[in-house]
Design a protein around this ligand. Structure first.
Ligand SMILES: Cc1cc2nc3c(=O)[nH]c(=O)nc-3n(C[C@H](O)[C@H](O)[C@H](O)COP(=O)(O)O)c2cc1C
Length: 179
């Protein structure tokens, strides 16, 4: 993929907030997740787990990301993928302590970015859902209590007629400095 093709992928990837309800086949979901899991992480600790549901289970898990009018569309996603913290390693933990940080949140963010872009490249629409209840997710997905789950990614097929929006981003002068 050359730079222009990569840029086109970045421009095409957008938050889909109207899914068709069609399920994402297991093989496609595994293909996308396995590519996303090539993401880099501090000390290659890979401190993550992707926990996915499809089919009828989408309707059971979607309420964990809903309430106050938020994320109603998640019920029609073809799959929901919880981006969860998993086992880290000693180097990442020690290194993080030495520089005064915990790399996990950053690593999970990078994984999430890889996931939505891999999905887009595979023909799947996505929406990152940060409005979620970790407590409800832990219970619904049988994860240990207080598992860190910064986001759930809704994947699927856009509803008919869902248009590509123009990207609204801050100008480069505001967000990039060359010293
Ligand atoms: C950490 C994070 C949390 C988000 N949470 C939600 C959410 O709960 N619901 C939603 O509809 N969009 C959510 N979004 C999507 C953003 O609103 C969206 O990425 C942003 O407005 C840019 O639009 P685009 O993704 O279409 O380019 C989230 C995005 C990120 C990165």
């Amino acid at each position: 993929m050359n730079f222009e093709e990569l840029k086109a992928l970045y421009l095409r990837r957008q938050s889909c907030r109207a899914f068709s309800g069609a399920p994402v086949p297991r093989e496609l979901l595994e293909k996308v997740c396995s590519v996303a899991l090539l993401a880099p992480s501090a000390c290659n600790a890979q401190p993550w787990k992707l926990v996915a549901v499809t089919g009828e289970n989408v309707k059971k898990i979607a309420p964990c990301m809903q309430g106050m009018g938020m994320n109603k569309f998640a019920s029609d996603a073809g799959a929901l993928v919880a981006v969860c913290a998993g086992r880290s390693n000693a180097s990442a933990k020690a290194g993080g302590k030495m520089v005064g940080t915990d790399f996990t949140a950053n690593d999970l963010g990078i994984l999430t970015a890889h996931l939505v872009l891999a999905a887009e490249a595979a023909g799947l629409a996505s929406c990152i859902l940060g409005w979620r209840s970790e407590k409800k997710l832990c219970a619904a997905l049988s994860l240990p209590e207080k598992t860190y789950i910064p986001v759930v990614v809704a994947l699927g097929y856009c509803a008919d007629g869902y248009a590509i929006r123009e990207k609204k981003r801050k100008p480069l002068e505001e967000t990039f400095t060359l010293l």
